[in-house]
Design a protein around this ligand. Structure first.
Ligand code: ANZ
Length: 958
């Protein structure tokens, strides 16, 4: 084969790799393992555009590189194939989501295979396959059968909990549990029926049912997680989202808050990604403080005892009627002038006085209409109502009024705050509005119109036992005091909430739970037996909720046996299947376990994970949570699943525009070329980038395709005979006509060109616009590589001749550079290095087989097809380039041999100058004479004599 024909070559090698199973890996190997994972895609109907493969190409280069370096590389691909778009499409068309999903996957695989990605396709997984989701359901059952022991700091089997209950009740148990969990003794526990005991354990399990305020999206008929909602609308579809209290399956991710934080220190992720997770988890160090309710003339005895009954039903025993607050600034306690409860706080109803009842009720009904998001973001409006009750500051005994206001959130801390107008802006606004006192806490605030500023420095004033102390001392002293007096304690709070796990949708994993009514007729959840898994998704007549508003599964026969008895009707969220998939790749066919111990023992964790930043607080947090859980239960060996993670930047679209002259006849539009548009009044219209080349519009194609704007009747005002389009960088999307399909690029230039070009566009992690204009250069580069092997006539020119020193120098420098660049994930600079190397070898007319053979191996991770072809043309009997050893660079060729010459002028060394060791003496003489420092020392005198002693010294005599 004499001409570079990417079409033939690429097809040939793709088929060959497939037939040979070149990239199949075994779970048993003497070689060290390396696991490279791509975030698996949701197979959407639109297929891949050129932005999608960016990460896949990068991970493929790295995988291929690691193979050449002698690693056993696991590099799999699969599909996150449950999800909303397929279901929305099903609702519109009646097509089963399984059918469209299957079609989309087939298309994706075709597109991916076109790119020459070295996946082990025998390990492909699909989250919507019952063989896969059986194990997602199994993990759910494991979570259900576990509780979190804060003493051992890990999840344990529920049996260890019931054993403790039977011996000591639940007083001493240090575990997260439902809020309404009563305290009980061992005797009480042992006196309960099995059903009563079972129901108590439900309050401790790592997955549990709760009434939760959720993001309800009526348009999608489902609950959405926080990360699926953007600016009050659903991320998918843009439907409005409202807050609604619903019974939901929840995951106790909050049990892992601290470990999720700690683990971040041990992984190699970008700082910004770690920071996003840290903020999401939101650790606050502070204290819980109890403020007694003032029981003077306001509180009656009945109210007190009513409250007493309520309070003793909690595990934290309240001895008195009190309001507990969470504060990060206990040092401001002497500046507290009032308290604020969230309107939903359970004490509101109890402490509100008869006179204030009307105000309070009115305020509550007003604020119910607002979402938590609105409440947090609205910092301007000051609103609230007085309960009529007072509390007592435990430090100075002052009597302070208790308000409710919606800036205090029910779900954070204790849902109550001690308000310090001189320390907190919202408290300050509130005090101003309701004319409440403001007490300065720092000397720096004295005498001024005290503005809230908690970061201000200064000495404490009016602050009893902490006067004169520093911030840290003050907090220590105060927390000690609180603990001694039993009115408070140090407390770490997390902003992270338990994750809502139910989705009222069809196309997801069924939850392996059924309900049985208890003796009082209440439905109680029970797990299916393991041998009943997978619980297959049932057939339904429509993918819509039932008439009574039950989720679509309520339509299935033999599924819903009437309310409160039958299978769970909700399905799992999108993140369930993706929270463990990397383990399934290790052993995808296993029918008895999610993956065998041997497979997991060998592959362990993901060494390199590449994917988008959009998963920072969704997938990447949930996966870490499930992984830690599985570690606790002894199923996996590592605390963190993804050792190193790289986010590829987004590839933006590069839109082209035509300019239509305004006020023209609609049926006879006039378009003016970009350079002339300022002379007219125009409106810009997107034009399909696929009929534009180098920003020049293909006018004929435009006329033929844009009938919507009477394109066939259009007139064009040209520049130099061309219609030049305008350009703008935007998101790549169908509506902007700027989507470039990788298939088209591959057909025209080949996958090797596309791979190189995508890498060449810029640093992997940066956002950058796609620009097809530059791709020619990369294509030319590959043809130039080809020319090193075949001449213009298509004749083979490589010879068994020894390499010249200069060629060796070029080769070894390139090997070193490419290796460093790949190790640093600097793929764009590596492509430049290849270009330089090939240019230099071409100009030296290099024909040496020794040199070119190494170059081919070096290039193979980037451009694998052309490399395989040339490698086989080189007659390598050892096998394929994909399995060749990565070349080694040698020091002798990469260190420039230069010598530092001391330059003596009249016997004294005045300067040292470096020259290559093989530089002729005459050239050295000339350069020494021209040197500025030498000139200065010669002071304009004439040169008498110069002696160059090679690799020793230069003597100048004047
Ligand atoms: C007194 C104080 C004085 C506070 C001061 C701040 C500054 P982070 O850091 O986000 O954890 N707070 C507590 N629970 C709240 C709730 N449910 N809704 C709204 N605000 C709440 O914030 C903790 C601080 O936010 C707490 O410390 C409390 O106000 C308030 F100069 O207490 B602070």
């Amino acid at each position: 084969m004499g001409e570079y024909s990417h079409r033939e070559i690429e097809k040939k090698w793709q088929d060959y790799w497939q037939q040979q199973g070149t990239f199949r890996v075994s779970n048993e190997s003497e070689l060290p393992k390396y696991y490279v994972l791509d975030m698996f895609p949701y197979p959407s109907g639109a297929g891949l555009h050129v932005g999608h493969p960016l990460g896949y190409i990068a991970s493929d280069i790295y995988s291929r590189y690691k193979r050449l370096k002698g690693f056993n590389v696991l590099h799999p691909m699969g599909f996150d194939s449950f999800g909303l778009p397929a279901e929305q499409y099903a609702i519109q068309t009646g097509q089963h989501p399984a059918v469209t999903t299957e079609q989309n996957i087939t298309r994706y695989i075709e597109q991916l295979k076109n790119l020459g990605l070295s996946y082990d396709w025998s390990r492909e997984v699909r989250t919507s396959d019952p063989n896969y989701y059986k194990w997602t359901q199994w993990i759910f059952t494991e979570l259900f059968n576990s509780w979190y022991n804060h003493d051992s700091d890990k999840a344990e089997s529920i049996e260890t909990l019931t054993e403790k209950f039977s011996k000591q009740g639940n007083k001493a148990i240090n575990a997260p549990h439902d809020e309404d969990t009563p305290a009980f003794t061992a005797e009480e526990w042992n006196s309960w029926t099995e059903e009563q005991q079972y129901k108590m354990t439900l309050k401790y399990r790592l997955t549990y049912v709760a009434d939760a305020t959720v993001n309800w999206c009526p348009g999608l008929g489902s609950v959405l997680s926080n990360d699926e909602v953007k600016d009050g609308v659903s991320e998918r579809g843009g439907f409005p989202v409202i807050q609604k209290l619903m019974r939901q399956w929840m995951m106790r991710i909050t049990a892992y808050a601290q470990r999720l934080l700690d683990g971040l220190d041990s992984v190699e992720w970008t700082d910004s990604l770690k920071e996003q997770q840290r903020n999401w988890i939101g650790r606050s160090v502070g204290a819980l403080v109890k403020f007694d309710i003032w029981e003077g003339d306001v509180k009656s005895e009945d109210v007190k005892s009513e409250m007493g009954a309520l309070l003793t039903s909690h595990i934290l025993p309240f001895t008195k009627s009190s309001i507990e607050v969470f504060t990060t600034r206990v040092d401001t306690i002497y500046g507290v002038t009032f308290m604020v409860l969230a309107p939903e706080h359970e004490l509101v109803d109890i402490i509100t006085t008869a006179e204030q009842r009307g105000d309070i009720d009115a305020y509550i009904s007003m604020t119910q209409k607002k979402s938590e998001r609105d409440r947090m973001s609205d910092v301007k409006t000051v609103s609230g109502a007085f309960t009529g009750a007072y509390a007592i500051n435990p430090f100075d005994g002052t009597k302070i009024p208790v308000y409710i206001a919606d800036y205090v959130l029910a779900g954070y801390g204790t849902g109550a705050v001690m308000a310090v107008p001189s320390g907190d802006q919202r408290d300050w606004n509130f005090a101003k509005h309701f004319d409440l006192p403001i007490i300065p806490i720092l000397d720096s605030q004295k005498g001024t119109e005290t503005q809230a500023d908690s970061t201000k420095e200064g000495k404490y004033i009016n602050s009893g036992i902490i006067n004169g102390l520093t911030f840290h001392e003050a907090n220590k002293v105060l927390i000690n005091f609180l603990e001694e007096k039993g009115i408070g304690k140090g407390k770490i709070n997390y902003r992270l909430r338990d994750a809502v796990f139910s989705r009222q949708r069809y196309w997801g994993e069924p939850v392996p739970v059924y309900y049985k009514n208890d003796s009082s007729g209440q439905p109680v959840p029970y797990l299916l037996d393991l041998n009943e898994l997978p619980l297959n998704l049932p057939e339904v007549d429509k993918y819509l909720p039932t008439e009574n508003g039950e989720p679509p599964l309520g339509r299935a026969q033999d599924w819903a046996h009437g309310s409160g008895n039958g299978h769970e009707l909700s399905t799992m969220p999108g993140w369930a299947g993706s929270s463990w998939y990397w383990y399934r790749y290790m052993d995808p066919q296993n029918q008895n376990e999610f993956a065998s111990k041997e497979a997991i023992g060998y592959w362990r964790d993901v060494d390199l994970y590449i994917g988008g930043t959009e998963h920072a607080t969704g997938h990447l947090l949930y996966s870490r949570f499930w992984n830690k859980f599985m570690k606790d239960r002894g199923y996996v060996p590592e605390e963190e699943p993804f050792k190193k993670l790289i986010n590829q930047g987004m590839i933006q679209g590069r839109s082209n525009f035509v300019y239509r002259v305004k006020g023209d006849d609609y049926n006879k539009p006039v378009f003016v070329s970009a350079g002339l548009r300022s002379e007219y009044e125009v409106s810009a219209l997107h034009v399909d980038v696929n009929i534009v080349e180098n920003d020049v519009l293909d006018v004929e194609k435009f006329k033929a395709t844009r009938l919507d704007i009477a394109g066939s009747e259009a007139t064009f005002i040209l520049e130099d005979g061309k219609y030049i389009c305008g350009v703008e960088v935007e998101k790549m999307s169908k509506s902007k006509f700027n989507v470039v399909n990788p298939d088209d690029i591959v057909a025209k230039y080949g996958a090797d060109t596309l791979r190189l070009y995508e890498m060449f566009l810029g640093p992997l992690d940066q956002a950058k616009p796609w620009n097809t204009n530059g791709i020619d250069g990369t294509y030319k580069f590959l043809r130039k590589v080809w020319r090193l092997f075949y001449n213009d006539l298509g004749q083979w020119v490589v010879k068994d001749v020894p390499a010249k020193p200069e060629e060796l120098r070029i080769l070894h420098k390139t090997i070193k550079k490419i290796e460093e660049d790949i190790e640093n994930f600097s793929f764009n600079t590596a492509v430049s290095a290849f270009m330089i190397c090939v240019n230099e070898l071409s100009s030296l007319k290099c024909q040496s087989k020794d040199i070119l053979k190494e170059l081919v191996v070096l290039l193979s991770p980037y451009a694998p097809h052309i490399s395989e072809e040339l490698w086989s043309a080189l007659g390598n009997e050892e096998g394929m380039v994909s399995k060749a050893p990565f070349p080694k660079w040698e020091l002798q060729y990469v260190t420039d041999s230069v010598f530092e010459y001391p330059i003596q002028i009249n016997g004294k060394v005045r300067v040292t100058l470096a020259f290559p060791v093989d530089k002729p003496a005459s050239e050295i003489e000339a350069e020494v004479l021209a040197n500025e420092t030498v000139q200065k020392w010669m002071e304009g005198k004439a040169l008498k004599k110069m002696v160059v002693v090679p690799q020793r010294i230069v003597n100048v005599v004047i």
